[in-house]
Design a protein around this ligand. Structure first.
Ligand code: THG
Length: 261
């Protein structure tokens, strides 16, 4: 699976402080540890309450790339912040995320300009859908528009928006059905991503809830998540699920082999 490591986020007080003081040590440490833990991308989010977000994002990209060659995921729904991050990003970054169909054109243009991949949330002018069918309808429209503008579905990640289970307990199950059906929208299909830790916000047993759901969602067709890669139990659950789905070869050392990649 494509694991987007979530920990470099100004939502966490150590990262917030590091950004404010432009102190790269904490960022270097998190970049290295998340890379060793198997991250495919390092998600970078300056968080709320930071002055001059474009400048902060640019600094965060630079600091991260000093410590790791793992591609960055520029996490902001503001175009100017995303642009500033991309100017500093090397390799093939992920843009996370476009806030739906209404603004898709300019985000696709930015993606093509930077040889990047794009996460797009299933939102349209009606807002964030709470049901299965509207999410699928918007996902299909996003894929159609992206293809028309020259972005391959393999460079597109659909995020059907995962809510905390303690807010609306029906939503996680709805999302599984969305995952099952998105794969038939196009050939090849787009990637499907979610913010896994959203699910368990405000709950006890966060790790258990995250890994039980990740197992279910991977089985339903999810192939990517913004997640806590430093939680070894969650990562091992992902590796084991992929082995059981016959996506990784079984050997007695399958965990070790997957972690070493
Ligand atoms: N979809 C996409 N990108 C996303 C999200 C998404 N990026 C941001 C977020 N959602 C995913 N990242 C996180 C990062 C941290 C947490 C949840 C999601 C988290 N933080 C602790 C909390 O809120 O309890 C912070 C605790 C602390 O302050 O120490 O859980 O959905 N595409």
């Amino acid at each position: 699976m494509i694991a987007v490591a979530e920990r470099i986020n100004g939502m966490f007080s150590d990262v917030k402080k590091a950004i404010k003081n432009r102190d790269p040590a904490v960022i270097h440490d998190l970049a290295k540890r998340q890379t060793e833990a198997g991250a495919s991308y390092l998600d970078l989010n300056v968080g709320p309450g930071i002055a001059d977000q474009p400048e902060a994002m640019k600094w965060l990209v630079g600091a991260t790339q000093e410590a790791s060659k793992t591609p960055v995921s520029v996490d902001s729904q503001k175009l100017d912040v995303a642009k500033a991050g991309l100017e500093a990003a090397s390799g093939q970054p992920l843009i996370n995320s476009c806030k739906g169909l209404e603004v898709l054109d300019e985000w696709v243009a930015l993606t093509l300009e930077h040889d990047a991949s794009l996460v797009c949330l299933t939102i349209d002018k009606r807002g964030i859908p709470q049901d299965i069918d509207t999410r699928l309808e918007i996902a299909a429209a996003i894929v159609g528009t992206a293809i028309e503008k020259g972005l391959e579905p393999t460079r597109l990640f659909i995020d059907p928006i995962l809510f905390p289970v303690n807010v609306d307990q029906k939503q996680p199950n709805y999302l599984l059905e969305v995952c099952r059906q998105i794969s038939i929208i196009s050939d090849p299909p787009p990637h499907i991503i979610c913010g896994l830790s959203n699910l368990s916000q405000g709950t006890k047993e966060r790790s258990l809830i995250n890994r039980a759901y990740l197992t279910m969602a991977l089985t339903a067709g999810l192939d990517s998540a913004v997640m806590d890669v430093l939680d070894k139990d969650v990562m091992d659950a992902a590796i084991t699920t992929e082995m059981l789905l016959n996506k990784q070869i079984y050997s007695d050392a399958f965990l070790k082999a997957a972690r070493g990649r």
